[in-house]
Design a protein around this ligand. Structure first.
Ligand SMILES: Cc1cc2nc3c(=O)[nH]c(=O)nc-3n(C[C@H](O)[C@H](O)[C@H](O)COP(=O)(O)OP(=O)(O)OC[C@H]3O[C@@H](n4cnc5c(N)ncnc54)[C@H](O)[C@@H]3O)c2cc1C
Length: 404
């Protein structure tokens, strides 16, 4: 499987703001996940002077653990503004991929494997009509396959399948490789990533403008702006600095299978499980949705239920070897949407967090929008649905799961 090339016209081009006050602007980015690291890289491209502060090791949390599917799970359940944000972000993937490959020589294995939703008589979730209407409205190419066509595409799928929906253009990346490439790109342009540097507070001047971050251990780093991109920990840290941000961890467990390459070829999504085939025969099976705080570790019950669901839909995978399992904490938000933008009344403080199930798909869009806003540009799209001060939604079809 080769990495895709993008047309010349979409090449990565981010103009430095020359002769502007913002050139050399110091930005402290809190959090070394995909959101923090990529935004730091994009800030550097625009002439800023960012530093990434990471309390552990950069790129080891949610951004490492995720499945790398470049399409939301059931995007038709979200408001239209979310699809606009996803579309804008996915449109930047070719340029980001090319830029990282050119700069670092490292591939994130971005490719279009397609996404297939098989349909069975006893499906728990019946989304076909909404899915088709959404695809038509937003121009996502979808094909309706009958049972024979579905089996021709994926012969591991159960013979009970009555048909399927196929989005051939949906892509995927390998998260650890994406993170490795972004970290390498930062290193090559001398943007520091300070690891084991936990931010515990902010400093402000007499006008209340943010002008510093405080690290555990007492060190103070002076800065012109701060970006809160601390993933699942953003809600806790926000509280420490007097800000209400309802971002909470939603744990996801994953099990890794290995078989011959090509045993499945598309991302397969069904009810509560998905399978993501990598080009070397690894198949990632995910993922639970658990609201259990920061409780670490995988559990046999969850892993077994993921495997049971997999074997029911795709009995052909029973022969695959089970080789690993892990978990990660998604930065959840009550409405399933990220918080993007400035914090009212706290000049110099910005938030990019709460990306929940979609932080990898939304990474280039977030990094592009946030870096431009921090450098003084007005965003090219309406971000009011993502503002930090939006009301908390009590019930949403895509927000926090109800139970553990
Ligand atoms: C099982 C699973 C499957 C997923 N599948 C997909 C998918 O298929 N597609 C998709 O798009 N998304 C997926 N996601 C979601 C995606 O991984 C996240 O939305 C995204 O990684 C969030 O990135 P982040 O940088 O905000 O958070 P993180 O990667 O968690 O990074 C936040 C960083 O901030 C650091 N930090 C926290 N507090 C502090 C502090 N006080 N000081 C300094 N540093 C701090 C943390 O140590 C961490 O390294 C999945 C997630 C999981 C867990």
């Amino acid at each position: 499987m080769t990495d895709m090339k993008q047309p010349e016209s979409q090449r990565f081009e981010r103009k430095r703001f020359e002769n502007k006050e913002t050139d050399g602007k110091r930005v402290a980015v809190i959090g070394g996940g995909v959101i923090g690291c990529l935004t730091a890289l994009y800030l550097h491209e625009l002439g800023a002077n960012p530093i990434v502060l990471e309390k552990g090791v950069a790129g080891q949390q949610s951004s490492w653990a995720g499945a790398g599917i470049l399409c939301p799970i059931h995007p038709w359940l979200y408001p239209d503004s979310f699809t606009h944000l996803i579309d804008a972000s996915l449109a930047l993937y070719p340029a980001m991929n090319e830029m990282l490959l050119e700069k670092t020589g490292m591939s994130m294995q971005w490719h279009k494997s397609g996404l297939l939703i098989p349909l069975f008589e006893d499906d728990r979730i019946h989304h076909s009509d909404d899915a088709l209407a959404w695809s038509k409205r937003f121009g996502w190419h979808v094909e309706q396959l009958d049972s024979a066509q579905t089996q021709a595409h994926e012969n591991s799928i159960s013979e009970q399948v009555s048909g399927s929906l196929l989005w051939p253009e949906v892509g995927q990346v390998r998260n650890p490789r994406l993170l490795a490439a972004v970290k390498k790109a930062l290193e090559l342009v001398n943007v520091p990533i300070r690891q084991h540097a936990e931010v515990v507070g902010l400093g402000e001047n007499e006008q209340g403008d943010i002008n510093a971050v405080m690290l555990a251990g007492g060190e103070k780093i002076e800065t012109d702006a701060v970006l809160l991109a601390a993933g699942s920990w953003s809600g806790e840290l926000a509280k420490q600095i007097g800000l209400e941000l309802p971002v909470e961890p939603v744990k996801g467990q994953i099990v890794l299978l290995k078989d011959e390459p090509g045993i499945i070829n598309h991302i397969i999504k069904h009810d509560d499980v998905y399978m993501v085939p990598r080009s070397d025969g690894h198949i990632l099976v995910g993922a639970s949705m658990e609201r259990v705080g920061f409780r670490q570790g995988t559990t046999d019950t969850v892993i077994d239920s993921l495997l049971d669901a997999t074997y029911r839909i795709a009995p052909g995978l029973k022969s695959a070897e089970i080789i690993n399992q892990w978990m990660g904490f998604r930065p959840g938000s009550p409405d399933g949407m990220p918080y993007l933008g400035p914090v009212e009344g706290r000049k110099g403080l910005w938030v990019a967090s709460g990306h929940y199930r979609n932080g990898v798909a939304l990474a280039p869009g977030t990094a592009d929008l946030m870096s431009r806003m921090i450098m003084g540009e007005t965003p090219a799209m309406d971000l009011s649905d993502f503002r930090v001060e939006r009301p908390v939604v009590e019930r949403s079809r895509v927000g926090f799961p109800k139970t553990a």
